[in-house]
Design a protein around this ligand. Structure first.
Ligand code: EPZ
Length: 419
């Protein structure tokens, strides 16, 4: 088990480049199974979720070559075998194999998904869509089997009771080769959904409306290969922008699509954060006094739930009292006691997070409880006086590529050591 050790209190300066989007690439890789030819993905981030997915794809018979940030995937060797349960439950996004195997074979046997502890992570909406398209569900041990009678999925209209990124993408994956038309109503609008639809359409699919709340998919017989550039990771970008405002004295964050961060940037401006937003980068100056604000997360284009934890250490520097309400995952509060351990005036009350600033944080031994909570603790460690040790760092390495190198390059005193 590794841990991250940070000697905090140092100002950061320089430039950091944002990598490809984790929440896109964890869908793009399974989506390649639907192609009858080679698919090349550029801008793939160096994160452990990608390592896990490559292993699963190879176990299934695909050939995958990795050269830097480029993956060359030949799915033609994929055999429809029960997914290896051990690897499957290491990441929630493994549920995208349901949609892509159903889309290709009309059947799928996949281990039930795992993922971060953010409270219950149901997949009832995924299953509602698959059933509407003719798949029947049964359990085989730790795995779930989905299959249609004659291996054909039939296009259907599906209303999403809750806006769901995963269910929206999974339905697209199952629908692109189904017989007839599928309409997804109350679809999620995240940029990652547009990215997956772009890949599928470039493979020959007929998807319209991705990025709006109604997506229409006309099934086609066959999908061919293509080459695709993964969009930048808006959550990694938001994390580094918050970090730059908290401990930076002039940091440029490049490879940023600011239009993917409008809800987040608006709240930073409300705090008084001084930054310059350009076409593909954000420059963050050393900050003067900041004002405490209230944050309420919402589906895109609202304030992303994935950014309420990374922005929290910055909020702790601000003057006044504020609140954070996560309407997507009410239990996404496991970072609060860890921050309080570092001396922060922060607590949870009835599902809300309350904080009072400004705070001077002290280094401490803390643990990452999920991916974005871990990112918040890294930022808090950079802000704090003294040494901070963070355990359970595997959560952080799932979603932040080369984070030690990127922060060291900005002047941080941070190491990954054997615990
Ligand atoms: C995606 O998870 C992201 N993960 C999450 O990022 C992100 O927090 C989340 O979307 C919300 O934006 C990936 O894309 C791999 P949802 P997903 O389905 O698809 C409920 C990170 O830190 N729901 O949009 O699993 C669910 O309980 C991760 O990178 C159902 O009720 O989230 C939640 O309250 C954490 N039934 C809400 O919908 C379902 O069948 C939104 O979940 C599915 C979801």
């Amino acid at each position: 088990m590794n841990k991250i050790v940070i000697n905090g209190g140092r100002p950061l300066q320089g430039e950091v480049a944002i990598s490809g989007a984790k929440n896109s690439v964890v869908a793009l890789i399974p989506a390649t199974i639907l192609a009858d030819d080679i698919v090349v993905l550029d801008g793939v981030p160096a994160i452990s979720d990608v390592d896990s997915l490559i292993e699963i794809m190879k176990d299934m018979g695909a050939s995958v070559e990795r050269a830097g940030e480029t993956l060359t995937i030949d799915p033609r060797g994929v055999k429809n075998v029960p997914m290896p349960y051990g690897k499957i439950n290491s990441l929630r996004a493994s549920y995208y194999f349901y949609g892509s195997l159903l889309g290709r074979y009309g059947e799928a046997t996949v281990g039930l998904p795992g993922g971060c502890d953010l409270g219950p992570r149901p997949i009832d909406l995924h299953l509602k869509a698959f059933k509407a398209m003719g798949a029947e569900m049964s359990y085989e041990g730790n795995s779930m089997r989905l299959a249609t009678k004659n291996r054909d999925l039939i296009g259907a209209s599906v209303y999403m009771d809750t806006v769901s990124v995963g269910a929206t993408i999974n339905t697209m994956l199952a629908a692109v080769k189904a017989k007839g038309r599928t309409v997804i109503e109350n679809a999620a609008r995240e940029p990652e959904i547009i990215d997956v639809a772009t890949l599928l359409n470039n493979m020959g699919a007929h998807i319209r409306g991705a990025g709006t709340d109604i997506i229409t998919i006309e099934g086609v017989e066959q999908l061919h290969g293509t080459r695709h550039q993964v969009i930048p990771d808006r959550i990694e970008a938001g994390t580094y922008i918050a970090l730059a405002a908290a401990v930076g004295e002039g940091v440029k964050i490049s490879n940023v699509l600011y239009e993917h961060l409008e809800g987040f940037l608006a709240k930073l401006e409300e705090m008084g954060v001084r930054m310059t937003v350009s076409e593909d980068s954000v420059y963050v100056e050393k900050q003067e006094e900041l004002q405490a604000i209230t944050i309420k997360t919402a589906p895109y284009p609202g304030f992303a739930t994935d950014l309420q934890q990374p922005i929290t250490p910055l909020l702790l520097k601000a003057q006044g009292r504020g609140r954070i309400m996560d309407t997507i995952y009410e239990k996404r509060v496991n970072h609060v006691p860890e921050l309080a351990n570092m001396g922060a005036a922060i607590e949870t009350q009835g599902g809300q997070i309350l904080y009072t600033g400004p705070n001077r944080l002290q280094g401490a031994a803390v643990k990452a409880t999920d991916l974005r909570a871990g990112a918040a603790l890294v930022i808090a460690g950079l802000m704090a006086e003294g040494k901070t040790e963070i355990t359970n760092v595997e959560f952080i390495l799932r979603g932040y590529s080369n984070i030690i190198e990127k922060l060291t390059q900005l002047g941080a005193d941070i190491q990954l050591v054997e615990a």
